[in-house]
Design a protein around this ligand. Structure first.
Ligand SMILES: NC(=O)c1ccc[n+]([C@@H]2O[C@H](COP(=O)([O-])OP(=O)(O)OC[C@H]3O[C@@H](n4cnc5c(N)ncnc54)[C@H](OP(=O)(O)O)[C@@H]3O)[C@@H](O)[C@H]2O)c1
Length: 429
């Protein structure tokens, strides 16, 4: 029997593209249903940059769009990155030319997923993006395939390894954010421009994609509520620890009666919980189904080998004839994404105040909270050296975000309060 050879065009030969080239050079016959995947054409910015494998025998394309539409490309793999620019142009061109596309690009899928799904489905070709969420850990296939017999209530997890590394290091070494960030940059855990990661945008891209897969709606990155970890203070990490919590950047998507809530926040997670125990650059995700119950996955969310493995799994799906819709329903039937207003959020919270060391402060704070209707669950006051005041921490019972904001605004104005109270959510997991 003759073995079909699939000619793979790879745009982007960096961390992920380099890993893929290496894997396919060693294992072109990896796909379970037979066939060979052979890279025949490549595109990157700099032709003379050294690559992990010799590319001199491959066809070089300066323009990824030309590679995407080349008659020699059977599967187009986009590993350039970015929500727009060359990545989007090349993916669109490939789909219009009727080529299956595999990408690791979360920004592209989160921001343009619905229109690209429509293009792919009208051309009758797959658009696959397993590597876009949790790198080598198969979250996309879990929601797109394994959970279709269930109704997903929500997902929550740690989707950005850089933030988790920074928070874990801040906790372990008692160091401030800025110092740990520059260590992380030196060690290659954080980009020179860390905004996408530490600002929460990368996690928001990923959880927007998971929300679309979980709830059958179009991805809507613009509707995500996003807070990064730049404002997480070493003091909060210590105070949270004293209350039995760790701080993690939790990305979640929940289905509510009036829509979908997609959020990324630094959140308190009880010690001993699997998300609190997820340390370093690992990723982790809970998926909650109505019938299946809770599923937990944890694994590498980045890196050349793991991410290239996820890209290769998608290539194998193309070779074996993947025909599912791009999201959980055909693009024309995707539900509009109705975002739940942030003010409607209800949850437990952690408030940290810095106050003057004088009598009557706690009474004034408690009175203000009571007037606003905020019910306190626990209270912690602890002298901390060099804190610039006396830190007071309180946790609340479940409360509407709008009530909490009102209380914070009023507490900030109390004469003994030195700065705006710091709010962190207690994760509902
Ligand atoms: N790194 C990870 O662990 C990881 C994990 C999951 C998902 N992803 C996603 O995978 C994608 C690639 O990430 P990466 O880390 O591999 O990025 P990277 O190391 O920065 O590599 C990007 C590649 O794209 C090429 N490129 C940039 N602009 C181009 C243009 N205009 N035309 C052609 N090629 C161009 C670069 O060329 P030169 O090499 O010549 O500069 C480079 O080879 C991104 O969407 C990222 O979000 C990455």
């Amino acid at each position: 029997m003759s073995v079909k050879t699939w000619r793979v065009g790879v745009a982007g030969l960096g961390t992920v593209g380099g890993g893929l080239l290496q894997f396919l050079a060693e294992r072109p016959d990896f796909a379970p249903a037979g066939g060979r995947a052979v890279v025949t054409g490549v595109s990157a910015r700099n032709r003379s940059r050294p690559r992990p494998v010799d590319i001199s025998g491959l066809t070089w394309f300066d323009d990824p769009v030309a590679l995407a539409t080349s008659p020699e490309t059977d599967i187009f793999v986009e590993l350039v990155g970015g929500s727009d620019g060359p990545a989007k142009a090349a993916v669109e061109a490939a789909l219009k030319a009727g080529k299956p596309v595999v990408t690791a690009n979360k920004a592209l899928i989160a921001e343009h997923g619905a229109e690209l799904a429509a293009l792919a489905e009208s051309a009758g070709v797959p658009l696959l993006f397993e590597a876009a969420v949790m790198g080598g850990t198969p979250a996309v296939k879990m929601l797109r395939e394994a959970m279709v017999g269930d109704d997903v209530r929500g997902v929550a997890g740690i989707l950005n390894g850089t933030c988790n590394f920074i928070l874990s290091e801040m906790e372990a070494k008692g160091l401030p954010f800025a110092e740990v960030l520059s260590d992380a940059q030196r060690m290659g855990y954080a980009e020179a421009d860390p905004t996408m990661d530490v600002g929460g945008f990368d996690a928001a891209h990923k959880v927007s994609i998971l929300a679309a897969l979980a709830f059958g709606c179009a991805p809507n990155f613009a509707a995500a509520e996003i807070e990064g970890i730049e404002g997480v203070d070493a003091l909060d990490i210590r105070m949270a620890k004293d209350l039995g919590y760790r701080i993690r950047l939790v990305a979640s998507a929940d289905r509510a009666a009036d829509g979908v809530a997609v959020r990324v926040h630094p959140s308190l997670v009880p010690e001993g919980h699997p998300l609190a125990e997820t340390r370093g650059a690992l990723n982790a995700l809970f998926i909650e189904g109505t019938r299946i119950g809770r599923i937990f996955i944890q694994g590498p969310g980045a890196g050349s080998g793991p991410t290239a493995a996820a890209v290769a799994a998608d290539i194998a799906d193309v070779m074996t004839g993947a025909t599912r819709p791009v999201f959980q329903a055909p693009a024309e039937d995707l539900k509009p994404f109705v975002a739940v207003a942030p003010t409607k959020r209800v949850g437990k919270a952690y408030l940290r105040l810095l106050v003057k060391d004088q009598p009557g402060v706690i009474a004034a704070v408690s009175e203000t909270l009571a007037e606003c209707g905020v019910s306190i669950d626990s209270f912690l006051q602890k002298p901390v050296e060099d804190a610039g005041g006396v830190p007071i921490v309180l946790t609340t019972h479940a409360i509407a975000e709008s009530v909490l904001t009102d209380a914070i605004n009023r507490i900030e104005k109390l004469p003994a309060v030195l700065e705006r109270p710091r709010l962190l959510r207690i994760a509902r997991i």
